[in-house]
Design a protein around this ligand. Structure first.
Ligand code: ATP
Ligand code: MG
Length: 559
């Protein structure tokens, strides 16, 4: 799958700048999350890009919290964002906050007022919107546009002191009400909000707008390459206007296409709704596309980084198939996880010719991918075992290579069994299967000469550990819920979680710890959930074994 890729357009830009000695050949990027929610897989794309580029060119990356909207921002989010970035494997050079720059930004605003490039506007939000014009029609000047410098300085200071109510006044940049770019039609720089901030508390009641905070923060930190998603392309002229008029460090903005994934939503606002309205158990619900959700689901940082690498960097929006993400995690889990046996829907098998009361310990290889390095463990075998109900057929169809009357099958790591008879209850459910085993057919030292086609997993009844297994499916029934009509939540998949309470595991799983990862033979990859207790272990299915993505790719390469 990983083909040799040439440099992406951002690598080309940075490489060229370094070669030409721009900014002394220095590379400093930043990752600028707003602490108003948990990070999602889309953010990991931006993280990999910002940290990856800096690393590739010997530079550094700042973590900057873009905290200019006090109502929605919380310290809980700050902490989770830091944890997730670290978990993904990245280290920032500095931890900064846009709110660290509030004094500086205020000074910048004063500078622009003095240069007659900013003014206090008493118009209401409605009036401002109404006079903005349309893309084909110029806007109208505000009646306050030509206020003199002294009056503007006085009013702006009184805005800061709290003399006015929310919405009573704003500070606007004096750019061009006829510009074809709507963002240049005297954009807002500051608005009044009598709201406490998660860091500056009650110090401020005016807060800078994104467009006045972001570029100036980049410039204050002397960011060389400010990378963001395509929707900010139209903001770039304004970004450059402020920097030019203030005569400050010339950071430059570059845009790339955001990552979209099918069968999910990827905006913090929508994810917050799912959490608040309890459609999921929390931000870290294993069905969520959040980093913490994926972590709890059993994803590894390596698999997420690999995914971001494989999808590459584009300048065109598209939707990535979630099967590619699943393919990446399978690839990593295949390398690192021990193979164990868990029977989800057990039916009892009694081996009539096996000695009563005997238990043997059979060696089992942990991971054929790592071979000897992965080591072996011992699993108990005895007269009574459990197998999957689905591995037995009362009336076997043709080419059925598992168990059924008269049929033979191999038990993984153990013996060959032959089915002799079975019992049913009055409802017709199989309650007990009777078999004989071939003592000389033991795995690893098989001298029986019997060849069977099928191998099934099993657990020894006496030592089996009861576990809970949570199976997850897509969170939404449709590929692109936000593009559908009506409320995106009406497309939630009501069958996205299935809880299995009947599962029986081999005894080594008794000691599994949260986040431990396993392959359940023939079933999929599973990860211990944090809700587990010493009395009950809970497993999340990370992903089933079947790889839809690889199959698709094979089909494509054949055709
Ligand atoms: P959301 O729309 O999910 O709330 P956001 O863009 O408002 O996301 P920020 O916290 O402002 O979230 O984003 C931090 C950085 O991550 C920004 O540079 C943003 O461009 C980038 N980013 C956000 N979503 C994606 C995505 N889906 N793909 C790539 N980068 C993203
Ligand atoms: Mg944002």
């Amino acid at each position: 799958m990983s083909t040799e890729k040439g440099p992406n357009f951002l690598e080309e830009v940075v490489s060229e700048d370094v070669k030409n000695g721009k900014h002394g050949g220095r590379v400093l990027t930043r990752f600028p999350p707003e602490p108003n929610g948990y990070l999602h897989i889309g953010h990991s794309k931006s993280i990999c890009l910002n940290f990856g580029l800096a690393k590739q060119f010997g530079g550094k990356t700042n973590l900057r919290f873009d905290d200019t909207n006090p109502e929605t921002e919380e310290t809980e989010y700050v902490e989770s964002i830091k944890e997730d970035i670290k978990w993904l494997g990245f280290t920032w050079a500095n931890e900064f906050y846009a709110s660290d720059y509030f004094d500086k930004l205020y000074e910048f605003a004063v500078t622009l007022i003095k240069k007659q490039l900013a003014y206090v506007d008493d118009s209401t939000a409605e009036q401002i919107a109404a006079s903005k014009g349309t893309p084909t029609e110029p806007g109208k000047d505000s009646p306050f546009r030509n206020r003199n410098v002294e009056e503007n300085l006085d009013l702006f200071e009184r805005m800061r002191k709290g003399e006015f109510k929310d919405g009573e006044k704003v500070l606007r940049a004096k750019v061009d009400m006829a510009s074809p770019n709507m963002y240049l039609r005297d954009p807002l720089m500051y608005r009044i909000k009598h709201v406490a901030h998660h860091r500056t508390k009650d110090k401020w009641c005016i807060y800078p707008m994104y467009d006045f905070a972001h570029g100036q923060s980049d410039s204050i930190e002397e960011i060389t390459h400010s990378i963001c998603t395509l929707e900010f392309e139209v903001h770039r002229p304004l970004y450059e206007w402020f920097i030019e008029k203030l005569g400050i460090f010339p950071s430059h903005q570059y845009e790339f296409a955001r990552l979209n994934l099918n069968y999910t939503v990827m905006s913090k606002r929508k994810l917050l709704q799912l959490v608040n309205e309890k459609h999921v158990s929390g931000w870290d619900d294993p069905r969520m596309p959040t980093i913490c959700g994926l972590r709890r689901r059993g994803y590894t940082p390596e698999s997420i980084r690999d995914f971001c690498d494989v999808i590459g960097v584009a300048r065109r929006e598209n939707i990535i198939d979630v099967e590619l993400l699943e393919h990446c995690v399978r690839k990593d889990l295949n390398k690192i996880s021990n193979r164990v046996m868990v029977v989800m829907d057990p039916v009892k098998v009694i081996i009539d010719n096996y000695p009563e009361g005997k238990t043997e310990m059979l060696p089992a290889e942990n991971n054929p991918e790592t071979g000897e390095n992965g080591g072996t463990r011992e699993i108990p075998f005895s007269k009574e075992i459990f197998i999957e109900r689905g591995d037995f057929m009362e009336v076997p169809v043709k080419k059925y290579f598992r168990l059924g009357p008269g049929l033979m099958v191999r038990l993984k790591h153990a013996y060959i069994l032959k089915c002799e008879s079975f019992k049913k209850d009055e409802k017709g459910n199989i309650t007990e299967i009777h078999c004989t085993y071939f003592p000389e057919s033991k795995s690893g030292s098989d001298t029986s000469g019997i060849s069977v086609k099928g191998t099934i997993h099993w657990v020894s009844a006496a030592q089996a550990v009861s576990v809970e297994v949570r199976l997850y499916d897509r969170l939404f029934k449709v590929e692109n819920p936000q593009a559908e009509e009506g409320d995106f939540k009406s497309y939630l998949n009501e069958k996205s979680l299935e809880i299995i309470t009947t599962a029986l595991a081999e005894p080594c799983l008794k000691n599994a710890k949260p986040l431990d990862k396993f392959q359940f033979i023939r079933k999929g990859y599973f990860c211990v959930d944090k809700d587990s207790t010493s009395g009950e272990i809970i497993f999340n299915r990370t992903v089933a074994l079947k790889d839809g993505w690889s199959k698709e790719q094979q089909k494509k390469s054949i055709s």
